[in-house]
Design a protein around this ligand. Sequence first.
Ligand code: USQ
Length: 453
Amino acid sequence: MNATSDREFEALIERSSLGSLGARLLRARTAPHQARRVREQASVLRVLITGGDGYCGWPTSLYLSDRGHDVTILDDLSRRKVDIELGTSSLTPIRPIGERLEAWREVSGREIGFVNLNLATEYDRLVRVLQDLQPDAIVHFAAQRAAPYSMSSEHAKRYTVDNNVRATHNLLVALVDADIEAALVHLGTMGVYGYEWPTPIPEGYLPVKIETPDGEIAREVPHPANPGSVYHLTKTLDELMFAFYAKNDGLRITDLHQGIVWGTQTSQTGRDERLINRFDYDGDYGTVLNRFLMQAAIGHPLTVYGSGGQTRAFIHIRDTVRCIEIAITNPPRAGSKPLVLNQVTETHRIADLAKMIERLTGAEIANLPNPRREADENDLVVRNDQFLELGLDPTKLSGELRDKDELLQEIVGIAQHYRDRADFTKIISRAVWRKGMETAEDLIIDGPDHPLK
Ligand code: USQ
């Protein structure tokens, strides 16, 4: 069969709108590599999303499905199990994965496939899934992603390394084993660079000059890795594995060095309450800006660690999902080194974010002992030219005041709506970077006398 004939091409588009049914038909009738070329021309990709039940993975799965891609989620639902371990849960009521997918089918008319699989331990099944699915792109979110959790105990340190490193390595080996040419897009982190660098942080690679007996030579080397937690350490180990498999096996890999994500809803997750995204506010998994907005919503002081002079990179969840589509549709060529894109849109000092929310909501600010080992003050300037050149139009806090307030108020509103679900004893982080470091006491004890109850 001529895979690129007009008839086949039109038939592909027709089938792809049928979601996974169309994908199955296509698989049955076309050789995998021919089929991939046809789909790439149609810009309709078959995408496997590992970790597609999580905070970034779920909205990305819906966004890509909404954009016409044929999406399958692969997830072991471990994020839900960690909630049980920690005795906490998302502030927003997230539905079981089966209900989420059924709701999406009802709302959009599109199907998303689901495979319950642990990447770190179920290698043989993984190979079979890849052979069966023949994905064009794989978005690899699946990881234990909380820095405080990764530092909270010996168990958590070992779990984070065992789980994250084995998952990534198994995926790389399986891609080679199953002879899959898919573009692999990995959710890495800005934290691999550390947060201090004397010039703007480049995108993955650093030009260097080396003195040799024959004179100076110029090279480009991977940016020095400088992880600040066991979780961030796993992402630096991922980088080395990517460099090796790109060089040795020609895998096409994009590593996204993402900043701190904020926000909850995208236009897809907002369509039905059963599609709502996670909202983590607890001391381990809640990230700083979402935590501050939730704290403001329930009348809790904003938990600034130390002076708040830490500067970090940020991105809104709506930009995350857009960046992923840009990345899967612009992969590097086989034989290239991994493409690194800094997935950030702006940087802010933590104290400035707290002041911004104080002005907006009247919340109090509490400067608490910092449970982490990190610089009290740092400057951070990050290059993100590649995403801007590829068409990203960022959603920024540093934009017009009105837009900024609307974005922040939307999240405060969601947190207020679900505030009865909050467990006030889970807000203060108990994870410390070294034994003996101080943590704060609970600032507000929930109970019948609390003014918001
Ligand atoms: N912080 C506070 N108060 C809080 C929580 C955090 O002052 O209540 C401070 C922390 O000390 C830190 C900064 O805010 O200086 C960021 O902390 P975070 O918990 O928001 O983010 P982090 O632990 O760095 O990790 C998060 C995600 C991780 C991702 C990373 C991107 O959990 O998966 O990789 O952001 S980045 O930070 O750019 O490395």
